[in-house]
Design a protein around this ligand. Structure first.
Ligand SMILES: [Ca+2]
Ligand SMILES: [Ca+2]
Ligand SMILES: [Ca+2]
Ligand SMILES: [Ca+2]
Length: 609
């Protein structure tokens, strides 16, 4: 079925209100209680963002005034939305002044990094062909150099793509930023997905879209030059075959939703996750240190699924980074014809379940999703496939670990569905890959508690009954402190198909910050390493009695996060009741280590290499 046909059916069905199946009355969630996140989309943003297509997020400090600014990519029917933060969490539209609007382009995501090490964070924007026809496609990457302030003090960006060697890379979806060879220059890994060929256009296969690794060769006059080293590095991605008997000889690289860079095995070299669209799997490329990579743990990770979101945190506080990957979920039914790729999770080498990957410290990952208990809340998952624990939850796209109350235990939030909520009252997708958004609070004992309602984090049309089928189709998601109170706030986007504009396409939620946990935000200034220390590992040790004993907190400074999403390079530790950090270490990408002692909490600490 073509996407256009599906949309026509959906819109025709929308007028048939009486066709909606009756649902039992759900218990109304207390989504406005004191613990609920506060929706500031209409109050903090002037004007409020309107988005279309597949909007991505970049939440970073573009003007070096220490607060986090908000960039939202947009489809061609609307400009990209760029807002400067006043430091208090009020956002003023700066799109046109900053040069980032791209009115005629369908932008998807923005990679954030200081690629020329001049102290100003640059942007690389991925674009798709126009979602709704129109002029010739601008479907290549764009390099927007941050020029810093002009004579009037206005910070703007300038398109210098022509001089970077990036102009030939098409159909970028999500991008990963990191210095893969630790030479002080940030490299770029590009996940690719030609959205004109979204999965539902195809039956048993998709077009070949290998990923691309671009090595930064250094800057001339502030403009870096990139070289495509994909083949040498061996990171184009795992291929699959067409699923039907008559397409089995079609071998292709499935499209990629999300990529993530992280030093999985803690050897000082950034490794790469690539999450593929169904019927693909997850590639984990371990960095060999010589610009080549080796696929790892294929038996665990290379399972047919629809892999969309990825986030990392030390969820059990044993000193290493664990990972969460979103998939089609335990409510997947697979409505398609026999060999349709949307059914690939049903294959013997497939899985619909999210992955919670526990790290043993040496980079060996174990999936504990089935063994991680979740205490249910309002609107438990229907768990059609009847599995245990976190694996029993439904569809996910964008995801983020963050410590909601700074109690020291990273919590988990994800959003996403593929239902065209509210627009398809009942259709082929509405209830087959549904999701409402889930906030699972980390209990600190290996389990989680579903506190989505209490935190006001269901991503659904609030004038509708709380039931499956009315949630927004969540996509990009990031958690970062926007208003400077030390508690992480949330931005998220919703989107479906190509040109649909959603009033709820972007939302921003502030943390109520009513709890007492302390925090430390760490930012870096590299000298031998890249300027913002992207890829550095930060460890904090606290033993003061107020905090309850010896604790270790671990994080990586990264801008890459879940699908279509980038964040400022920093680490945010929730510290519970600890009043001081005894010792903080930074292992820099260039190899050195910085060590600081006796650090007060509740501050932004900048460590210089
Ligand atoms: Ca700023
Ligand atoms: Ca720069
Ligand atoms: Ca590594
Ligand atoms: Ca905050």
């Amino acid at each position: 079925m073509s996407v256009r046909f599906a949309l026509t059916v959906a819109l025709a069905a929308a007028v048939c209100g009486a066709c909606q199946p009756q649902q039992p009355q759900q218990q109304e969630p207390d989504t406005n209680g004191e613990y609920a996140m506060i929706d500031v989309t209409r109050t903090a943003f002037s004007p409020a963002p309107l988005v279309a297509g597949w909007p991505g997020l970049a939440l970073f400090d573009y003007d070096n005034d220490a607060d986090i600014d908000v960039f939202i990519t947009n489809a061609q029917s609307a400009p990209n939305m760029f807002y400067a933060n006043d430091g208090q969490g009020n956002f003023e539209f700066k799109g046109r002044g900053a040069g980032l609007t791209f009115d005629d382009d369908s932008c998807v995501s923005a990679a954030v990094g200081d690629f020329d090490n001049d102290g100003w964070l640059d942007l690389i924007i991925s674009r798709q062909a126009p979602f709704s026809g129109g002029p010739a496609p601008n479907d290549t990457l764009v390099y927007m150099k941050n020029m810093g302030p002009d004579e009037a003090g206005v910070v703007r960006f300038e398109d210098v793509t022509e001089r970077t060697g990036l102009g030939g890379v098409t159909f970028g979806s999500s991008m990963g930023v990191g210095d893969i060879d630790n030479d002080g220059l940030l490299d770029l890994y590009v996940g690719r997905y030609e959205f004109e060929d979204l999965a539902f256009d195809m039956e048993s296969y998709l077009p070949d879209t290998p990923n691309v690794l671009l090595r930064n060769l250094g800057a001339t006059d502030g403009v870096p030059l990139f070289e495509d080293i994909t083949d040498f590095a061996g990171v184009a991605g795992t291929t699959v075959a067409g699923l039907a008997p008559d397409t089995a000889d079609i071998i292709y690289h499935p499209p990629t939703w999300a990529v993530y860079l992280s030093d999985v095995n803690n050897d000082g070299l950034l490794d790469i996750f690539s999450l593929q669209e169904i019927p693909g799997g997850v590639d984990l490329f371990i960095n060999n240190g010589d610009l080549t990579f080796s696929l790892a743990q294929e038996e665990l990770l290379n399972k047919h699924g629809g892999w969309m979101g990825v986030t990392a945190a030390d969820i059990d506080r044993d000193g290493d980074l664990d990972y969460f990957l979103t998939n089609v979920g335990a409510d997947a039914k697979g409505p398609m014809a026999q060999y349709h790729i949307a059914n690939a999770w049903k294959l013997p080498n497939g899985t619909p379940f999210h992955r919670l990957l526990a790290n043993d410290g040496a980079g060996h990952l174990t999936d504990i999703a089935h063994d991680t208990p979740v205490t249910p809340g309002v609107l438990p998952p229907t768990n059609i496939l009847r599995v245990n624990g976190l694996a029993g939850y439904e569809f996910g796209f964008g995801c983020a670990f963050f410590d909601m109350q700074n109690d020291g235990w990273p919590d988990l939030y994800w959003i996403g569905e593929i239902a065209l909520s509210g627009i398809i009252p009942d259709g082929p997708f509405r209830r087959d890959f549904h999701g409402v958004g889930r906030f699972l609070a980390n209990d600190g004992d290996g389990g989680f508690t579903d506190r989505t309602a209490e935190r006001g984090l269901f991503n659904w049309e609030s004038d509708k009954p709380l039931e499956f089928g009315y949630s927004h189709p969540g996509r990009a998601l990031a958690a970062i402190d926007l208003n400077g109170d030390g508690f992480a706030d949330i931005c998220r986007t919703n989107a479906f198909f190509r040109s649909l504009e959603l009033e709820q396409g972007f939302s921003c939620l502030f943390n109520p910050a009513i709890e007492s946990g302390h925090y430390l935000i760490v930012r870096l200034r590299g000298t031998a390493s890249n300027r913002f220390g992207i890829g550095a590992r930060v460890e904090a040790f606290a033993s003061d009695p107020a905090g309850g004993g010896d604790d270790i907190f671990v994080g990586e400074v990264l801008t890459t996060t879940s699908a279509f999403t980038a964040v400022h390079p920093q680490v945010h530790f929730g510290l519970g009741q600890h009043l001081r950090i005894d010792r903080l270490t930074v292992r820099w990408p260039a190899g050195g280590t910085s060590e600081l002692t006796d650090i007060p909490v509740d501050q932004i600490l900048t460590v210089i290499e």
